[in-house]
Design a protein around this ligand. Structure first.
Ligand code: DAH
Length: 380
């Protein structure tokens, strides 16, 4: 196709219709020339000089022939249109340069130097936001840090020993079943205690920390855990827990209750109440589940005229498992100062994802893990 080179006309008529026609003629010419402009370095430079060259470039001509020559009462309107044209032209030049450089780098020998217009605006990246589960976890950890707890962590790939045996799970406990636990393949030749698995809770870090630090200790342990659960609105094969452990001489169940009650008031607000109900965990004795009064309905079980769904109309929400460290657990770390006759302690563990779900009123746990920016942007 032969391109008839566009020439900036002089304007005799400054009416809106005449300006419209002149502008659209110019933009049509620009559009046609863009397609050829990035075919080579010379074509691109010629295109650039023709449109934005300082001396005699088409933009300069538009400025001289249209804007400077315009009668006073038309200046404003012409100025607006000339600005629009300038943006279009500069955008087209920048775009064609980008395309040209891309086609060049695809064929150029490595090490060759090319020119880049460093005056072009950079690419702005979105800053992003903290993930709601990480935020929940961080805020809960901060509550305990204010009480003097340190943060500990441990491996996500664990041995049977730390995940189960040293936590007083009997050899045939159902949690060891492949129905519940994700094991690393090909471990059958190893003795049970050395077999690798994805930790099913953060409790093994209790043992690891007690092996390394003598009492007294106060630690919180945020971390990722895995279970062999198919994903649905309230389950995920990967989720997050926050564990706690306090060991000293003379730690009592009263300390456990006082500490957790204070922590829940800090986290959910001073009006929540806590309630402890008997439960069972192999590594604590006695064990309990702790509930907080529903922070959504205020404990009434009702929302307006309807039922409160998050607390299933009970007015209470289960938040964590806890208890006094079982003496059998201390036996495994006795040599590091944890003689069960001399020390006592309490422990607790909670699900960060579940708490985030309740706190932010999210209906489906899967939304946390799908990485859909439209969901995540709501937390920025
Ligand atoms: N590890 C338990 C779980 O994943 C939670 C738990 C309960 C942790 C009681 C504790 C505890 O430290 O004392 O279900």
């Amino acid at each position: 196709m032969v391109i008839v080179a566009y020439i900036v006309p002089k304007l005799a008529d400054y009416s809106a219709a005449a300006l419209d026609a002149a502008v659209s003629q110019l933009l049509a010419a620009l559009k046609e020339e863009v397609d050829h402009a990035w075919s080579s370095g010379t074509a691109w430079k010629a295109f650039r000089d023709r449109w934005i060259g300082r001396k005699g470039g088409l933009l300069t001509q538009v400025n001289d022939l249209w804007l400077k020559a315009a009668p006073k009462d038309a200046k404003r309107e012409v100025g607006r249109r000339v600005n629009e044209i300038r943006m279009e032209v500069e955008h087209a030049v920048g775009k064609t340069e980008g395309l040209y450089l891309e086609s060049e780098t695809a064929t150029q020998a490595p090490g060759s130097i090319e020119s880049v217009d460093i005056t072009l605006p950079g690419i702005r990246r979105a800053i992003g936001a903290e993930h709601p589960v990480m935020r929940t976890s961080r805020e809960m950890v901060a509550v305990f840090q204010k009480l003097g707890y340190s943060v500990a962590d441990g491996p996500v790939i664990e041995t049977d020993y730390y995940n189960f045996e040293a936590l007083n799970f009997p050899p045939n406990h159902p949690a060891r079943d492949t129905q519940d636990t994700l094991f690393i393949a090909g471990q059958q030749a190893k003795p049970l205690r050395e077999r690798l698995l994805l930790r099913t809770h953060t409790s093994p870090v209790q043992i690891r920390t007690m092996e390394n630090m003598r009492p007294p200790i106060r630690i919180v342990i945020p971390g990722t855990v895995h279970r062999n659960d198919p994903p649905d609105a309230s389950h995920s094969p990967m989720f997050h827990q926050i564990e706690g452990l306090a060991v000293d001489t003379n730690i009592t169940f009263g300390d456990l209750k006082g500490t957790l009650d204070h922590a829940m008031k800090e986290f959910f607000g001073s009006s929540v109440k806590t309630s402890f109900r008997p439960s069972f965990f192999p590594f604590t004795e006695p064990s309990a589940e702790m509930f907080v009064s529903c922070f959504i309905c205020g404990g009434s079980g009702r929302r307006g005229s309807g039922p409160c769904r998050p607390c299933k109309q009970t007015g209470w929400i289960e938040i964590l498992g806890c208890g006094m460290v079982d003496p059998n657990v201390f036996e495994f770390v006795k040599d590091n100062g944890y003689d069960p006759k001399k020390v006592s302690g309490f422990a607790f563990g909670m699900g960060a994802d579940r708490i985030a779900l309740l706190k932010y009123g999210v209906e489906d746990l899967q939304l946390f893990f799908q990485g859909d920016v439209r969901f995540l942007q709501q937390f920025s």
